[in-house]
Design a binder for this molecule. Structure first.
Ligand code: HEC
Length: 119
């Protein structure tokens, strides 16, 4: 558990803070950093976990609200996305490092991240 947390922090801490190369990318980044779920519980879970990577391009995580970046992933369907989040996927640790998240929380957070729905 601690190893997973540390690995996640290392990934999140890896950001170089480099300037976005294009205006489009800059806009997507600014939007990702500004957005948060409307629901207070989801917003807290998001701020403690998903946000650390999904607003930081260098982590390899698709940016929050960047619909284009999420298109191919969204096409897998929500159940598959919940499954890869719970099980972890490459640079994403199991549960997206959210130890308090329930399956219902993931089902709400993922459409929010994918820019498909405001939570
Ligand atoms: C430590 C960094 C990190 C954290 C924290 C994190 N993610 Fe991710 N996430 C990633 C990375 C990196 C990918 C891309 C993985 C890949 O496709 O190689 C990803 C991909 C995803 C995907 C797409 C999975 C797929 O099957 O294509 C979903 C959904 C997702 N994250 C949801 C979440 C949610 C919800 C949270 C918060 C509860 C979260 N993530 C927290 C790094 C993170």
């Amino acid at each position: 558990m601690i190893g997973v947390v540390l690995a996640g922090l290392a990934v999140a801490g890896c950001q170089s803070g480099g300037a976005p190369s294009t205006a489009g990318r800059g806009e997507a980044l600014a939007r990702a950093q500004a957005m948060a779920p409307k629901d207070a519980r989801l917003a807290a879970l998001y701020a403690q976990s998903c946000k650390a990577c999904h607003t930081v391009p260098d982590t390899g995580a698709p940016l929050a609200g960047d619909r284009t970046a999420w298109d191919a992933r969204w096409a897998k369907g929500l159940p598959a996305l919940v499954q890869s989040t719970v099980g972890g996927l490459n640079g994403m640790p199991p549960g997206g490092q959210c130890f308090a998240c329930t399956p219902a929380d993931f089902e709400a957070l993922i459409p929010f991240l994918a820019g498909r729905e405001q939570s």
